[in-house]
Design a protein around this ligand. Structure first.
Ligand SMILES: *Cc1c(COP(=O)(O)O)cnc(C)c1O
Length: 230
C-alpha cells in the first residue's frame, strides 16, 4: 500500500470520527485516534506521520522497539501506546518506550510496572484492560474483579490510571460491552475509555469512547508476507 492510500485512509477515518462524534453530540476533540501500526513498516507509517498523525499503537514491545526510535528521530512529538499483552520480562523495555500502557490486567504485572516506573522515573499513562466478554482466551481482568484491581493499581501502587480498555468478542454486538466498560469506569471515576477498532469505532464513540484504536481502516489490511523459498 503506498503513501497516498495510507494518508487517505487516515483522512477518511478522521472524517468518520468527526461525523460519529457529531451524531453523538460530542466534540471530536474529545476523542483520540490511536493509529495502530503493528506489522507496518516505516514506508507505511511515515506518510501517516507526515499527514499529521502523532498517536500510534503497537501490540508487541520488541517490534515497537525495533521500529520507533528511528521514526521518532524523524518526527518529534510521537506518542506511543502499547495495546497488546505485556509479559513481566518486557516491562522495563515497555516503560522506557511507551507513553501509555493499555493492557494492565493482573497484579503481578501491575507491581512490576510500578517498580519499573519508580526505577526509571517515567510514568506512562496506564489503562486497565477488562475482559468484558469473560472470554477464556482473551487478556483482561474479569468485570467482577475490575473494581478491586483498579483500587490496587491506583490507590496502593499509585499508578497513573487514566482509564479502561476492552476488546469485545468478535461475534457479538459490541454495544453492551462498551456500556459495561463505561459503567465500570464511571463508578470508579475514571475518564478514559479506550474502545473501538476499525470495525466498530463509530459505535464505540456513540457509547462514550475517548480513545479509538484503528489499524486496518488507516493502513489497509494486515498481510503476513508469504514465506520466501530459501
Ligand atoms: C490490532 C488491534 C487493533 C486495531 O485493529 P483493526 O481492526 O485493524 O483496526 C485495536 N486494538 C487492539 C488491541 C489490537 O490488537
Amino acid at each position: 500500500m503506498n503513501g497516498h492510500l495510507t494518508a487517505g485512509g487516515l483522512a477518511e477515518v478522521q472524517r468518520r470520527i468527526a461525523a460519529a462524534a457529531n451524531r453523538a453530540g460530542r466534540e471530536a476533540a474529545g476523542i483520540t485516534l490511536v493509529a495502530v501500526s503493528k506489522t507496518k513498516g516505516p514506508e507505511a507509517i511515515l506518510p501517516v506521520v507526515q499527514a499529521g498523525q502523532r498517536v500510534f499503537g503497537e501490540n508487541r514491545v520488541q517490534e515497537a522497539a525495533a521500529k520507533w526510535p528511528a521514526l521518532r528521530r524523524e518526527q518529534a512529538g510521537i506518542v506511543l501506546h502499547l495495546i497488546g499483552p505485556l509479559q513481566t520480562n518486557k516491562v522495563a523495555d515497555a516503560v522506557a518506550l511507551f507513553d501509555a500502557i493499555e493492557s494492565l490486567d493482573r497484579e503481578k504485572l501491575a507491581r512490576a510496572v510500578a517498580r519499573e516506573m519508580a526505577r526509571q522515573n517515567r510514568r506512562p499513562a496506564c489503562f486497565i484492560q477488562v475482559n468484558t466478554g469473560a472470554e477464556p482466551q482473551k487478556a483482561g481482568v474479569l468485570p467482577e474483579g475490575a473494581d478491586r484491581f483498579i483500587g490496587l493499581c491506583r490507590d496502593e501502587l499509585m499508578l497513573p490510571v487514566a482509564g479502561l480498555m476492552c476488546i469485545p468478542p468478535v461475534d457479538e454486538d459490541p454495544g453492551p460491552h462498551f456500556d459495561r466498560l463505561a459503567a465500570i469506569a464511571a463508578r470508579n471515576r475514571l475518564a478514559g475509555l479506550s474502545m473501538g477498532m476499525s470495525g466498530d469505532f463509530e459505535i464505540a464513540i456513540a457509547h462514550g469512547a475517548t480513545q479509538v484504536r484503528v489499524g486496518s481502516a488507516i493502513f489497509g489490511e494486515r498481510v503476513v508476507p508469504p514465506a520466501r523459498p530459501a
